[in-house]
Design a protein around this ligand. Sequence first.
Ligand code: C2E
Ligand code: MG
Ligand code: MG
Length: 613
Amino acid sequence: MILLSSSTVKSDLVAEGAEAISLLDNPHSVVAGLKVLVIDDDPKAAKSLATQLSDLNSQYRITTISETKRMAAELGGDYDVVLLNLQLGDMTGLELLRNNLAGLPPYPIVLLTDDHNPKHQHEALTLGVADFVPKQDARPELLDKSIRYCTNLFKQYRLREQMSAQEQALTTDPNTGLHSLPYCFQQLANMFPATASTELGVIALQLHNISAVNRGLGFELENRIIRHYSQWLKAQLPEHAILASTSNHQLIAIIDGYDEQQLWTLGDRIGRQNVPFDLRPDCSPFALTHSVGIAVATPMITPERLIQNALTALHTSRISRTSCQRYNPELHKGIATRSVVMRDITQALQDELIHFAIQPQFSVATANLLGGEMLMRWKHPELGDVAPQLVIEVAEATKQIVALGTYALRSTLKQIEYWLSQNIILPGMRISVNVSAAELESPGYFAAAKAVLEEYREAAQYLELELTESIKLFDPQKTGRQLSELKPYGVSIAIDDFGTAHANLSQLCYIEANTVKLDKSIIYAADETQRARSIYRSIRKMLHAIGTKIVAEGIETTTQMQLARDIGIDIVQGFFLSEPLSLADFKMLLEQLRDQQQAHIALHGQTPPTPES
Ligand code: C2E
Ligand code: MG
Ligand code: MG
């Protein structure tokens, strides 16, 4: 559509240009209603010139001015041509030009003069006059010719201006002012022969969750964020980088003179940073997260392929949640996998082929089983196990995220209901299900979640919602409010992966979490240094002070288990204690616990302490 309208505009411009040229080619052609201003301090001379011109060409609409005061006001007005006498009485024509034309775009002026001083002529030209006619030659025919010449000149000038504005619009993104992708291809093509191929690279970048912003908060804010992002990025890149944007809100930076290692260092540094953004003046800045992909030129590569490679790397970075991904041909396999997932996800949801494993969680103090985390599993006939993050990402891209989220929620509640019916789930136990930022911010998620919770009111008492990638929440305040509306159902809230780029302290201000799950990297770091252990002890104190329980996940060794105990963590989860189990195996664990409990009652005549106590 844009192309069509722009070509229409262009053809209009070409038609105008043709008209301008034909005007000069044919001295007898008449431009209807050509507006001519005659400035002369001698009213008689002005009047006589006007009469002679109208006699010659009745189409001219002539205005004459002789009062000095009006001259300045009229000069710069909407005239096709101005005939200006250079020798004015109390002010020279040059002065008039100097005082009134400085800073104006070129203006169509023909000077009538007997002043043959080349200095004056030069200055007049510099000030923008188009033509000179010596006064003694100012016969109507010659003036008429000069008027046509001047008109033609300015028509062409305006034409060029419009053409270049048009070109600009075609090669520039109106929102960010960045170059368009075709412009990038052109620039790359120009660079290729001159560049030692391996010293040229492309960085591709994209903000996360931008489509959620658009859905939830509108286009205007989305545009503001993209503008802000491109400005932020400019400041991170070397000055000579060429920055462009695609129609998909991906940004492309072409960087010349950087080898692969330098490009990687730059891309990785940018990818590790969050982009601070002020949503509203009264809010603390948001940290927008993004993904980065890089690709370097190889000897036979085309510009299109180089950019495509950077986009492939970007795409992989998004799926695998890395700060930066460099291109390698293997990545295409990942893309192929994704397209198969895309093809089959709807059917898998319909046929309930997506299942859940559950990883048990234990109390550090009593070693009791306290519940478990439901983890999504999909065994695809061609692909084998599909990573849950990929399922989520594809569901988001194919607008099935609410369907998938409610499917996970319903499956979990159904399972709890079944275990309750078997009398094997104890009061105080928690079964958690992961909920991603994309799910939470999808319109309709909370309404759908409430409807499911209504259906499973009893089971909901044992449910924990585990917020993954909570940093990606665009409006954590709003999400925090919506989550608190679920609390009356007895649902508790956990923040997952705490201490990583995906979740940090600021999340706690908005979301009233019952539990915080420390990411495995925290336990691994605590293993390394005394200082890290001291920091985590302080974090534990702070979290306990606000009544939040702490889970450490990813416990793989006895040392890590001991560390969790030293730090004062409440609950542990990890391969050391148990890998994720099938639901049937988890049921056996629950049954064992029930049997132990019954044995305890038989021995002691009372129930053992509940998991919570
Ligand atoms: P997460 O919620 O942090 O889940 C923990 C991940 O760590 C699981 O990977 C689990 O299998 C793995 N893990 C458990 N113990 C250990 C250990 O000792 N060492 C190591 N290295 N890893 C351990 P999984 O199942 O591949 O899930 C990955 C992520 O996918 C989850 O991270 C969660 O963010 C997401 N996810 C899983 N299921 C769902 C779901 O139903 N909905 C949503 N939205 N996300 C899900
Ligand atoms: Mg989790
Ligand atoms: Mg986690």
